[in-house]
Design a protein around this ligand. Sequence first.
Ligand code: ACM
Length: 477
Amino acid sequence: MTLAVVPAPAEMRTDAAAAPFTAAPGSTIEDVVSFRVVPGGPPESYRLRVDGTGIEITAADEAGLFYAVQTLEQLQTFHGDSWSIPAVEIADAPRFGYRGLMLDVARHFFDVDTVKAVIDRAASLKLNRLHLHLSDDQAWRIALAARPLLAERASASAVGGDPGGCYTKADYAEIVRHAAERHMTVVPEIDMPGHTHAVGLAHPELVEDPVVSDAVQDAAARFGGGLPTAGEPYTGFAVGFSSLRVGDEATYDFVADVFGELAAMTPGPYLHFGGDESLATSDDDFAVFVARVSQLIADLGKTPIAWHEAGAAPRLDDTTIGQYWGFTTPTAGMDEKARAFVAGGSQLILSPADAVYLDMKPEAGFPLGLEWADGPTSVRRAYEWEPADLIDGVGENAILGVEAALWTETVRTLHDIDTLAFPRLAAAAEAAWSPATGASALRTWESFRTRVGRLGPLWARRGIRFHRSSEIDWSAA
Ligand code: ACM
């Protein structure tokens, strides 16, 4: 029998003939489980033993206890006000220390309760990083005391002319707190030097005029939203037309104010400075800019993260982590740029766009999502890739982790988030947590589609409006 544990544990032994544990009516997991922290094992690891007499969890740390409880909740079957769990022994530890979900709150704004709901969903799949994409051409989403005009003038817009919004410092603190309670670290991103049209609504002196290329015109023709105009909110889908003025010292004062305040608000170690699709910045200017910003962030005592394009710059701070968003078969030299981070002694986060960009349509004709990253992206494609085989020269030790990304051009509500993220987020979580592809009988597509299918009732109980993909075997649900 394959039990519905997702992501797949490192080791799992079941005895179908053994009696399950059956809880007394009305009792909760916390009432019946014996919990023990035994330091010394790998971070976040746990052991779980269930038999007819009881449930024991030992874990290396508090995070390990939390993940053991997530596993138990996946294994619970309810009978009236009682529940049971099959006899099982699990010894589990994550493959990668960085297991992320990125939520784009710039193209559309999501209130604090929605972000908390996203954290709950991600944490239940043993993800431990929430990357918030807090700024883009369409809007700026975080209120900063040092630069109040950003919240005042650059946060009201969104794609399609939808309502905007902005997190206050108290909102951000609440998101960070809610995440930390679930062993999740918030990774804030302020994207630059491109993706900065909205900065110009507050500080026109810091941005160049939009560069309206053929690609920008095509995007406007296809998706609407008009052409970007200096000083006007941009509500379309195009990318690559904006740039900070990288030759002006005032720009670096701005960057220092923004990341200085964000560093003070962010207990986690990472600050992400974007660096993707800076098509309106010359290559030389881009290299100078990203090197300087990475050093500034390192000087603040934080670890910089940048999208892989920044790997082209020769003098990044050598602690800078790269985030690869090319395809599972790299194109256009993206692997070369990604490898540069590793050559510099750092590591990569893997977000292959044709596998774990959750905003790609899961199937042709789907009402939500886009197709540019070789979409539609099936659940199977989201599952069947192996992190250590993605980029030549980037093996296990060069990989910090895996991150799924949800860009939100077409996404407006928690319902939309659920429909695009589930079940594919579970596939990304398995790439991030579980042993390498083929390393156990559980790490196969056939096993995954059965295990995930059995989570349907749990997800439904939690109000997750997942897509009932025909690729998944929901028959036990
Ligand atoms: C990206 O998809 N531009 C990171």
